[in-house]
Design a protein around this ligand. Structure first.
Ligand SMILES: [Zn+2]
Length: 260
């Protein structure tokens, strides 16, 4: 047995439904577009990396390069602090391998970086050359990184071949973005990106680069490095290189359909 409400009731319900539909459509279309807070957006998308480990070269008894009373360890720490602030203002988390004038062994620096998950590692240095004319900026990456996984692989001959054939393209890519930004920002001579098995590059499991920000042995460059504005420019360039690298990884992940 069917129950009927009668044509009048059905009509009234249909009109009410139509009115509600129209009203909700108007409410949705007339609302101004909502701004999604930047932080909220970033939390929802899984970032290519969660933290930048900043490694100010040398420290304590190890002064690094010297020109009179200008010490590499002081310049690298200053640039590192500036980079830390730049990245913080972009909402990027950072960890420093040293925060003051203290000696930290290379193994400790690498171990600290390896304890972090989803990190990138940036070591900051100032060059010294055998020729006083040597000048410019260069960024290093390790062609082979001895991650804990590849150390295990070295016991297993069938895995060894694979690990040896996998140069760290991400480190090379990060080095490229930082070098490009440095040259654009400072107009220093472009010495390019180079592969070198520096301890802190070869023994860090994350994308890792070492930036040589200029030559203390070159009078002009030493003068520039002593200028706080120039050091700020270097920090800005490294920060911008890191962000561009992150953009590139995001784009890559979008093409691959996400990494989830
Ligand atoms: Zn150094």
């Amino acid at each position: 047995m069917k129950r009927r409400g009668g044509p009048g009731v059905l009509n009234a319900l249909a009109w009410l439904g139509l009115a509600l539909l129209t009203a909700s459509f108007l409410v949705l279309t007339l609302q101004p577009p909502r701004q999604i807070p930047r932080g909220a957006m970033q939390q929802r998308v899984r970032e290519p990396f969660a933290v930048v480990v900043i490694d100010p070269g040398h420290g304590g008894a190890d002064s690094g390069a010297m020109a009179g009373n200008i010490l590499e360890k002081d310049l690298t720490l200053d640039i590192a602090h500036r980079l830390e602030q730049r990245l913080a203002s972009e909402g990027v988390a950072t960890v420093m391998t040293r925060v003051g004038d203290s000696y930290v062994a290379l193994a400790e620096r690498a171990a600290l970086a390896n304890r972090a998950n989803d990190a990138v590692f940036i070591s900051i240095h100032v060059n010294d050359g055998s020729r006083a004319l040597a000048t410019g900026v260069e960024t290093y990456f390790a062609a082979q990184q001895n991650t804990p996984a590849t150390r295990l692989a070295s016991w297993l001959p069938f895995l060894q071949k694979v690990s040896q054939q996998a140069p760290n393209v991400q480190s090379q890519s990060l080095a490229g973005f930082i070098q490009q930004a440095l040259v654009t920002q400072t107009h220093a001579t472009n010495r390019g990106t180079k592969a070198e098995q520096f301890y802190v590059l070869a023994n860090v499991r994350h994308p890792a680069v070492l930036v040589e920000t200029g030559f203390l042995t070159n009078k002009d460059e030493a003068d520039k490095l002593c200028d706080a504005n120039y050091r700020e420019q270097i920090a800005q360039a490294i920060s911008s290189g890191v962000l561009k690298y992150r953009e590139a990884l995001r784009g890559q992940r979008a093409i691959e359909g996400g990494s989830e």
